[in-house]
Write a protein that binds this ligand. Sequence first.
Ligand SMILES: CC(C)(COP(=O)(O)OP(=O)(O)OC[C@H]1O[C@@H](n2cnc3c(N)ncnc32)[C@H](O)[C@@H]1OP(=O)(O)O)[C@@H](O)C(=O)NCCC(=O)NCCS
Length: 144
Amino acid sequence: MAKLEDLDFIFEMEKRIFNQPWTKESIQNELNKSNNTLNIIAEINEKIIGYFFSHIFGKEVHILNLVIDIPFQHKGFGKIFLNRIIKEHLKDVNIFLEVKRTNLPAINLYLSFGFQEINIRKEYYSDGEDAIEMVKKVSNYVLV
Ligand SMILES: CC(C)(COP(=O)(O)OP(=O)(O)OC[C@H]1O[C@@H](n2cnc3c(N)ncnc32)[C@H](O)[C@@H]1OP(=O)(O)O)[C@@H](O)C(=O)NCCC(=O)NCCS
């Protein structure tokens, strides 16, 4: 789980990765929330290489952020990290997220996990870019 002491690492990574990063205060607020959040860090040899922030409302989870730090991207870590999070924490819930329409690495990652595109939100981001809304529903199929 992500802790308040991880704040500086997460904020530095956030600034490296995004043109419009979350503020330090907004990350701190998320880390301070004790209810309805699932915030997890990815570590290699006790070094933080990524993070995942989400809100949970009953059977619905909303992914706020999923990041793998630049030197560790495209090596399979995002896939391993998301797979572990879903298996350990999100097996029986519907998962929602928004992703920039141009963010192909992330969109491809989510598609490979069975997320489906359900909506386009025009000019959703402050830089004017559209968001694709995606969902991964709990499977209704039961093997008999
Ligand atoms: C999106 C992100 C978490 C993926 O993590 P990663 O460790 O780089 O991804 P992986 O190496 O595990 O690749 C997993 C899948 O993502 C997709 N992917 C990864 N890099 C890609 C690229 N450059 N172009 C297209 N698809 C790509 C592929 O589908 C890949 O599966 P494959 O290797 O079987 O083809 C990472 O790139 C990242 O932190 N990006 C910046 C932050 C961000 O945009 N987060 C999403 C916010 S919603």
